[in-house]
Design a protein around this ligand. Structure first.
Ligand SMILES: Cc1ncc(COP(=O)(O)O)c(C=O)c1O
Length: 395
């Protein structure tokens, strides 16, 4: 038993604010009744605002981000279709594998872990596809395994320069509600997410925004689908219902979480994430540690992936941290296994909470034997948070 606030500093699930927890503990309501219809309408409108989409449709499922991949693939593609799968980490690899498991031919554009997806390489490949065989480009906006954000707007521009009709299917699991994301402006065809990151909710849902073109693709897509089919959900949603018993408690939570995000202001939420991320990066660099992502322009604002110095075992450090401070950090995944630790700073988090986590990282590294100037990290983060503080309204 550790007294006080638990520190869950993995890049999702994040801590669930009390307001969301309380909302989820309301008594159940009839999921075919008018109260439910009103709740659903409000959530769908809120999610559209969150995705910055007036033209897209929202499709919700009980599930997780992994289910979101599957729903995205089976609703837009047919076995034998060719897609360009961009792989720059563990999650983008799994997204592509989901497509392969459904009989899709995936040509991978593989980048070393730590890099974003270069739009010019996508343009080149699409230009070379004179027969227009490539049906879709699969990309992860924020690769949570490496702390790298890809410039998705640039990818859409590259596709336009190549005048290629492929769909743009994007995993926004760890960017939605944290990093700027513009479904309409970037002409995304599918953006799929999950609620346990920027939405500050417990896991348990898949959230998709789908474009008109994606809905057209759904009509001819031949992948087998039943539960993950968008059509029955959209048809039932129009009448304020779902084609099955929905996850009502999670929807109560989602309604509250959307309220909290819009009360703070979406752009303020992005700015808060950006400030906390920069403070975290400055702290880790002041501890003489190296950031895992290679290009500063691609640093993620939802998590910081830190390379463990060669002579130390990253997973051993993470276990030491948990034992000493009951603070969880993200482990290295896939090819980055054992090489790094990931500090999540997304969702419901403020400056002092981040400083608490950074103090723990610094103390745990020091007591694990890593040579660092104790206090330098915390001090760098404090200095940055002071100098970048937004002006308070005068009283
Ligand atoms: C970018 C990204 N995509 C997909 C997933 C998979 O989501 P889930 O674990 O909810 O199935 C994750 C999980 O962390 C993720 O970070």
């Amino acid at each position: 038993m550790t007294p006080g606030r638990p520190f869950l500093q993995i890049p999702g699930p994040t801590l669930v604010p009390d307001r969301v927890t309380r909302a989820m503990s309301q008594p159940m309501i009839d999921h075919r009744g008018p109260k439910f219809a009103a709740l659903l309408r409000e959530i769908l409108n809120g999610l559209k605002k969150l995705f910055k989409s007036a033209s897209g449709q929202i499709v919700l499922f009980p599930g997780s981000g992994t289910g979101g991949w599957e729903s995205c693939v089976v609703n837009t593609l047919s076995p034998g279709d060719l897609v360009l799968g961009c792989v720059n980490g563990y999650f983008s690899d799994l997204f592509c594998r989901t497509a392969k498991l459904h009989g899709i031919e995936v040509e991978t554009l593989e980048l070393p872990y730590g890099l974003g997806i270069p739009a010019d390489q996508i343009e080149q490949r699409l230009r070379a596809d004179s027969g227009r065989r490539i049906k879709a480009v699969l990309v992860v906006h924020n690769e949570t395994s490496t702390g790298v954000t890809t410039d998705v707007a640039a990818i859409r521009q590259a596709m336009e320069r190549a005048s290629h009709p492929a769909l743009l299917l994007v995993d926004v699991v760890s960017s939605l509600g944290c990093i700027d994301l513009r479904f309409d402006d970037w002409k995304l065809d599918v953006a799929l997410a999950a609620p346990q990151k920027g939405l500050m909710m417990p896991p348990g849902m898949a959230i998709l925004a789908v474009s008109e073109r994606a809905l057209q693709a759904n009509e001819s897509a031949k992948c087998g689908r039943a539960f993950w089919d968008w059509r029955p959900v959209l048809e039932n949603n129009a009448a304020g219902q779902f084609p099955y018993t929905p996850a009502t408690a999670l929807l109560f939570g989602m309604s509250e979480s959307l309220k909290m995000i819009f009360e703070e202001g979406l752009e303020n939420v992005f700015n808060r994430h950006a400030r906390l991320a920069e403070a975290c990066r400055r702290a880790t660099q002041a501890m003489n540690l190296k950031l895992f992502p290679r290009n500063p322009a691609e640093y993620s604002n939802t998590l910081t992936a830190v390379s463990m110095p060669d002579e130390y075992d990253a997973d051993g450090f993470i276990n030491h941290m948990l034992r000493r401070f009951d603070l969880s950090l993200g482990k290295g995944l896939g090819k980055a296994r054992g090489k790094l630790f990931r500090i999540g700073h997304l969702g419901s988090l403020n400056e002092l909470e981040l400083l608490g986590a950074l103090a723990a990282v610094e103390m745990a590294l020091f007591s694990f034997g890593v040579k660092l100037p104790l206090g330098a990290g915390l001090s760098a983060a404090e200095a940055y948070l002071l100098e970048s503080a937004p002006n308070l309204p005068s009283t």
